[in-house]
Each structure stands twice: as structure tokens, then as C-alpha cells.
Write a protein that binds this ligand. Structure first.
Ligand SMILES: O=C(O)CC1=CCC(=O)O1
Length: 423
């Protein structure tokens, strides 16, 4: 690896300390590196964050894959005859379809140009597909992987060919009506955040968008998921019509040891619609698997633990616990933040949903009603429905005893009712 490269580079942006562990972030189709803005401030405190733009999106020329080498070339339609973009030495030429492997080659060239050898990678949708492809084909480069609203195969190729043809013929306006419903839930569509992302879509070069549709059409990593050795987090939006939770489950089931977090109230751009939840899931995962593979120190564990504790128990609870901390209890607060939250709840091996099921059962068994109330609220925050909680309590009645479950049912009934009333 060298600090220079003759390979074409995508437009990119770096944030965070230059000596922090490197984290590369990939965008989704139709968005630019700005899509990660809701998570940037927090990520850049702990990581050297590098964000990149897809061809024709943000600042990357649509024809970057045709051999341009500086990532800043104009969009005059000319392509270098000696294009070298493809990982296998061949170059995509005018008129041939681009692939996810071509996009992955851009990311590797970018990392090389920045002197980054091994890095954590998180990508949304198509950006995630690029990360998954790299984890299969260049495992030595990927320290950990997060796939947000992504897929091992984005549906039938015909749909992508049709969409590519549509934007090539009619421009980006042709998909302006259908995109909001895929990206956002109805409640979020009218927000300033959603409007900014949809404004960005209108600025995408149709040829670049179509090239990415071509890449999606041929992408199918289903047979290779078992080859991914990087610790992997999969995040799904429960209301995502583009890559529904079944796609996320396929990824999580196929990638050894992957964990899955499903977010309620989120469609395809879950990181815009549920910014805090996506950030908490990412931080928990990324800090558990540092890019240098080194030991995580107590300060980092405490920071990761605080983030997850806030996401699961809520800011109000953590603020109360912090305010109540005395010189005598401080050592215990530090211990549970680092250990329970920083070491265990941050582990990728189980989803937060499953951890809530286990925690509720244990608290029912031991009759810890104060903690149980807290964790019933946490369970609702972690995406369990009233029906899920009912099932967990029925199951616990069998193994922990009917009287224990009886008290838990009364408690849960009240907590769920208060949750519905917004208390
Ligand atoms: O635009 C869509 O349908 C959603 C999508 C699929 C791949 C991607 O990056 O976004």
C-alpha cells in the first residue's frame, strides 16, 4: 500500500483526528456523503472518518469509473482510453455496465491514497453492498463491518434495468415522486432533514445514478455471505420497502456471528429517521471491534457504555442516575457503565431485541421488580411490541413460575399503557 495511486478516486471528505482508528462510510443510491451528517459529530470524536461519493453523486464525476484519476474531473463525457478502474485489471468502458466490484475498487484506491490499510466500514444500502463485497474479497482490509438498510441482493435485475433506462431517458425528475416513499415513513417525509436529502437526489447526474442501478442489478452476494469473517452489524428499518427486514435477516443469518438491530419507525434512510438509534448501534459495534484489533481501554468502554445505556434506558433515566451519584456510589456507576453496558450490551452477538427478552426473563425469575419496570421500558425502546412482551412473560411463566409471571404481567400492563399514553 502506498500514499499515492494511479487509480481513479471518488470525491471524499475526512473528519476527525488523523491518528484515530479509520472508519470509511459509504452512501446509498441517490445520496451523497452528506447522508451521514446525523452521525458525523459523534463518529468524528472517536474515528478518522472518511466519507466517499458514488459516481455522479455529490462531488464524484459520473465517469470516474471510466478511468479518471483525480476524482475531480469535469463531466464532459470524455473518458480516458486507458481506464484502469476494475479490480481484475480490466476497465469498464463507455457502454459496459458497472458492478459493485468496480465501486469497491474505488474505495480501496481511496484508502490506499490516504495511507489507510485496515479500516472499519459502514455503508447504507448500496454503500453497504460495497462493504460486504470488500469483506468477502479483501478480508484483510476490513476490521469490522456495519450494513445499514442493505441487502445481499437488491431484488430482480429487471427493476434496476428499468430504473436505469428511465433516468437515462427522462433525468432525475422521473423518480422524484417514487423516492420519498421508499426512503422515509410518511411521518418523516415533510421534515427539513428529508427535504434536504430529496433536494440532493435532484442534483445527481442521471448517468451516474443509472450506472449505480446497473451495479445493483448484477449484485448477488448470497452465496458468499459465509465467507465474511469481519465482525458484522446489520441494521434494518422495520418500515423499509426498499430493503425490508427480511433482507437484513438474510444478511444476519448468512454472515457468521452477525448481529441484527431492527429499528421501528424507520424506512430506507433509517440513519436520517432514527439518527440516535443508528449511532448507538454503530458506536457499540465499532468500539467493540477496534480497527487496530487492540485492547479497548476503560475510557473507551465507558464512552461506548454510556452511549448504549442512554439509547436503551433513555436519557431521562441516565441523567437521573448521574445526578443521584454520590462519592460512595460513583464506583458502582462506573462499573455498570463500563461492564454491563460497555462490554456486554455493546457485543454484536445478540440484537438488542433479544438481549431485552433475556433480561426481562432474568428479572422476572429473580423478582427484581424495580429493574424489571426499567427494562420493560427499555424493551419497548429496543423495538419489542406489547405482543412480544406478552410472549416473553408467558414463556417466563413456564420456567420462572406462575406467581413471578403474574406480578410481571401486572407491571407490564401498566408500563405498556403508560408508553401508549406517551408517558
Ligand atoms: O432507491 C431505492 O430503491 C433504495 C436503494 C436501493 C439500493 C440503494 O442504495 O438505495
Amino acid at each position: 500500500m502506498t500514499g499515492t495511486t494511479a487509480h481513479p478516486l471518488p470525491h471524499h471528505r475526512e473528519d476527525g483526528p488523523a491518528d484515530a482508528p479509520p472508519l470509511i462510510l459509504g452512501p446509498s443510491l441517490g445520496t451523497s456523503l452528506a447522508v451521514w451528517e446525523p452521525q458525523m459529530a459523534a463518529l468524528a470524536r472517536q474515528f478518522r472518518v472518511v466519507r466517499w461519493d458514488l459516481p455522479g453523486h455529490g462531488g464524484t464525476p459520473y465517469d470516474v469509473l471510466l478511468g479518471r484519476t483525480d476524482g475531480t474531473a469535469g463531466t464532459d463525457g470524455t473518458a480516458r482510453a486507458d481506464g484502469t478502474a476494475r479490480a481484475d485489471g480490466t476497465a469498464p468502458t463507455e457502454g459496459t455496465a458497472h458492478t459493485v466490484a468496480d465501486l469497491a475498487a474505488l474505495v480501496l484506491a481511496l484508502a490506499d491514497s490516504l495511507g489507510i490499510d485496515r479500516f472499519a466500514y459502514a455503508g447504507i444500502s448500496l454503500g453497504g453492498a460495497v462493504g460486504a463485497w470488500l469483506a468477502v474479497h479483501h478480508p484483510e482490509r476490513i476490521a469490522s463491518l456495519a450494513l445499514v438498510c442493505s441487502s445481499a441482493r437488491f431484488g430482480e435485475p429487471e427493476g434496476w434495468h428499468e430504473r436505469a433506462a428511465l433516468v437515462r431517458e427522462q433525468g432525475m425528475a422521473a423518480i422524484a415522486e417514487t423516492t420519498p416513499g421508499r426512503w422515509f415513513t410518511p411521518a418523516f417525509v415533510g421534515t427539513p432533514e428529508a427535504r434536504d436529502l430529496l433536494d440532493g437526489l435532484r442534483t445527481v447526474a442521471p448517468e451516474g445514478y443509472a450506472a449505480c442501478c446497473d451495479a445493483l442489478a448484477t449484485y448477488d452476494l448470497r452465496g458468499d455471505l459465509g465467507r465474511i469473517g469481519a465482525p458484522t452489524l446489520v441494521v434494518a428499518g422495520r418500515d423499509d420497502p426498499a430493503t425490508p427486514p427480511a433482507h437484513a435477516r438474510e444478511l444476519a443469518d448468512g454472515i457468521p456471528g452477525a448481529s441484527l438491530t431492527e429499528l421501528a419507525g424507520a424506512a430506507h434512510l433509517a440513519n436520517a429517521e432514527r439518527p440516535a438509534q443508528v449511532l448507538a448501534a454503530l458506536l457499540g459495534h465499532l468500539t467493540a471491534y477496534p480497527a487496530d484489533g487492540g485492547a479497548t481501554d476503560d475510557r473507551t468502554r465507558h464512552a461506548a457504555g454510556t452511549t448504549v445505556r442512554r439509547a436503551v434506558l433513555g436519557d431521562a433515566h441516565v441523567d437521573r442516575a448521574t445526578a443521584r451519584t454520590t462519592a460512595f456510589t460513583a464506583v458502582f456507576q462506573d462499573f455498570i457503565t463500563r461492564y454491563a453496558w460497555g462490554e456486554i450490551w455493546t457485543r454484536p452477538g445478540l440484537s438488542r431485541h433479544t438481549r431485552s427478552c433475556v433480561t426481562i426473563t432474568a428479572l422476572v425469575a429473580r423478582g427484581h421488580h424495580e429493574e424489571l419496570e426499567l427494562h420493560l421500558r427499555a424493551a419497548l425502546r429496543n423495538g419489542l411490541t406489547a405482543e412480544d412482551i406478552q410472549e416473553v412473560l408467558l414463556q417466563s411463566a413456564v420456567y420462572c413460575g406462575v406467581p413471578a409471571a403474574n406480578s410481571a404481567f401486572v407491571l407490564a400492563d401498566r408500563v405498556i399503557a403508560e408508553h401508549r399514553e406517551g408517558k
